[in-house]
Ligand binder design. Structure first.
Ligand SMILES: Nc1ncnc2c1ncn2[C@@H]1O[C@H](COP(=O)(O)OP(=O)(O)OP(=O)(O)O)[C@@H](O)[C@H]1O
Ligand SMILES: [Mg+2]
Length: 325
């Protein structure tokens, strides 16, 4: 694990954005800078961190962690569904197949939990017993494991908007996704979640919930975006889960929940100008991202040397000189 001191030294070099001089037409997501080159999509994962649907600051090594962790998972799941990754020419870059994304985020949940308006716990707490079209019995406890993982799809929100809950019925009735494709997506999402839970479990982690994005590529289902990262998933510590559940305590988490709590503590819950992240919070967050990488992959995180912009440029130039198959 990187020392706090090493992380502190990189603070002034964090990767805020990447402008590749030889390429035009950049798109910007909250976390990734994206270029389209022919049939390829160049996804550069920066150190930007988002919560409350906005960018809050920069976390050293976060881009590398996310990119390398996704690469790990793509490899571990390619027998379940093909994925968009073609090459990883740089620790922060995935070259992917540009595909037609389905307009639905496939959220899979193994536990009755969550804090946001689309979470199942918020709905359950408010007395709803049919959530996302799925029936829930009375008497369930917060953070309890569900009898089996469920799919709670949401819309993929436009910039600045919030995701909206969907149901299978609505997706099919409005023909948002064709029935045949939807069936495949469900199967793939559940199989991915099962594989993810198993691998996490061996590492002492509970995969609580996660989000997948799929696309249609030449008539075949393809997994795109990122997979089982701390940005797209929530993780709990397995060891203390049951004890804490019994005692009515929140599980120990490895996700961004502590960040939201820090903001809530400062009186910020998503409206107006967010308070500035402190150096301590940034360092702590970096260590969390690195820790989750090391636990899941079972490998030591080999941190790249900051600043990284020049090296990214060089690696990309090298990649584009290769003949494209
Ligand atoms: N292979 C692919 N083909 C097409 N689109 C993709 C592919 N892989 C990822 N994407 C899209 O690229 C974007 C990745 O950028 P990023 O993760 O920064 O976005 P975000 O913060 O999640 O959300 P937003 O796109 O709303 O800003 C996402 O919109 C994702 O849906
Ligand atoms: Mg994203």
């Amino acid at each position: 694990m990187l020392t706090e001191q090493t992380i502190r030294k990189t603070l002034k070099f964090v990767l805020k954005k990447v402008d590749l001089p030889s390429l035009k037409s950049k798109e910007q997501g909250k976390v990734r800078d994206i270029y389209r080159v022919g049939q390829r999509r160049i996804l550069i994962t920066t150190d930007r961190i988002s919560a409350f649907d906005r960018v809050l600051g920069y976390i050293p090594f976060k881009g590398q962690v996310l990119n390398e962790l996704s690469a790990f998972w793509f490899d571990k799941t390619r027998d379940i569904v093909t994925n968009h990754a073609l090459a990883f020419p740089d620790s922060n870059v995935t070259v992917a197949i540009e595909a037609q994304a389905y307009p639905v985020e496939m959220v899979v949940r193994g536990y009755l939990s969550g804090v946001t308006s689309t979470s199942i716990w918020k709905a359950y707490e408010n007395g709803e017993r049919i959530i996302y079209g799925i029936k829930f019995p009375d008497g369930m406890k917060k953070n309890q494991k569900l009898p089996h993982p469920i799919i709670t799809p949401t819309t993929k929100a436009e910039h600045g908007q919030h995701d909206r809950k969907l149901t299978e019925k609505e997706i099919l009735a409005k023909k948002i996704i064709k029935a045949k494709d939807w069936k495949q997506m469900k199967q793939a999402a559940l199989a991915l979640f099962e594989r993810g839970s198993k691998i996490c479990s061996r590492a002492g982690i509970i995969l609580v919930d996660t989000k997948y994005e799929f696309a249609d590529y030449k008539g075949k289902l393809m997994l795109i975006d990122e997979i089982h990262t701390p940005d797209s998933s929530r993780f709990w510590k397995k060891e203390t889960y049951l004890k804490r559940l019994k005692e009515g305590q929140e599980p120990e988490n490895f996700d961004k929940e502590f960040l939201r709590l820090w903001y809530a503590h400062k009186g910020y819950i998503g409206d107006g100008e967010p308070p500035k992240m402190t150096e301590d919070l940034i360092v702590k967050t970096a260590r969390r991202y690195i820790a989750i990488f090391e636990m899941i992959t079972g490998k030591k995180f080999i941190a790249r040397k900051y600043p990284v912009l020049e090296e990214i440029n060089k690696n990309m130039e090298k990649y584009f000189r290769l003949p494209y198959k």
